[in-house]
Design a protein around this ligand. Structure first.
Ligand code: AMP
Length: 177
């Protein structure tokens, strides 16, 4: 059984369709017997994800910096809540704890986490799979830019792609789920 790390939005001011996909992601993690590792928040997609995993009998491990925890955004029903001193330590801990990474729709925090795991894989610090869930083309413009980086020589093309894009979490079943 694997630990699946999911990065996703802390915002709630987003379309219901993103919540639906997030709940399906959470249900799939639990149904396949895996554990969720995530940012430990109860807000936005993050909270919906953790609840969906637990509703299907799955286990959730939150990794949250003290500053965010005391602002009362922590999901207090985590099966395990790891509290770190800094955001940087939190990312390291999430990466070390997990076997694979999945990015759902999100904002700056999500992009930061996704790009960090990508950079670390490129540099050989880890070799864990990375998936981007491109719900309704949410990441089309980012993907266009990432391809541009390769075409213009800013990013080296690798024999094995550093990340894979799927349209829906169900496509992860049989790969990492
Ligand atoms: P964002 O995409 O900017 O909404 O940030 C979401 C990502 O950053 C999540 O994957 C979290 O790990 C982290 N994050 C941002 N805001 C929070 C919060 N209020 N509580 C916990 N984690 C957060």
């Amino acid at each position: 059984m694997a630990k699946i790390c999911v990065f996703c939005a802390s915002s709630s001011r987003i379309s219901e369709s993103y919540f639906q996909v997030t709940r399906e992601m959470g249900a799939a993690i639990a149904e396949q017997g895996h554990t969720l590792v995530w940012g430990g928040g109860r807000v936005g997609l993050m909270g919906a994800l953790a609840i969906a995993v637990q509703e299907k009998g799955g286990r959730v491990i939150g990794v949250i910096p003290e500053k965010l925890r005391i602002r009362e955004v922590a999901y207090t029903r985590s099966d395990e809540l790891i509290v770190t001193d800094t955001m940087a330590e939190r990312k390291t801990r999430m990466i070390d704890e997990s076997d694979a990474f999945v990015t759902l729709a999100g904002g700056y925090g999500t992009l930061d986490e996704m790009l960090e795991v990508l950079t670390l894989r490129q540099l050989g610090y880890h070799d864990k799979p990375i998936y981007l869930v491109n719900t309704d083309g949410f990441y089309d413009s980012l993907l266009g830019f990432l391809h541009q980086l390769e075409h213009t020589g800013f990013v080296r093309e690798t024999p094995v792609p550093l990340y894979e894009v799927v349209n829906h979490p169900h496509e992860l079943i049989g790969r990492i789920l």
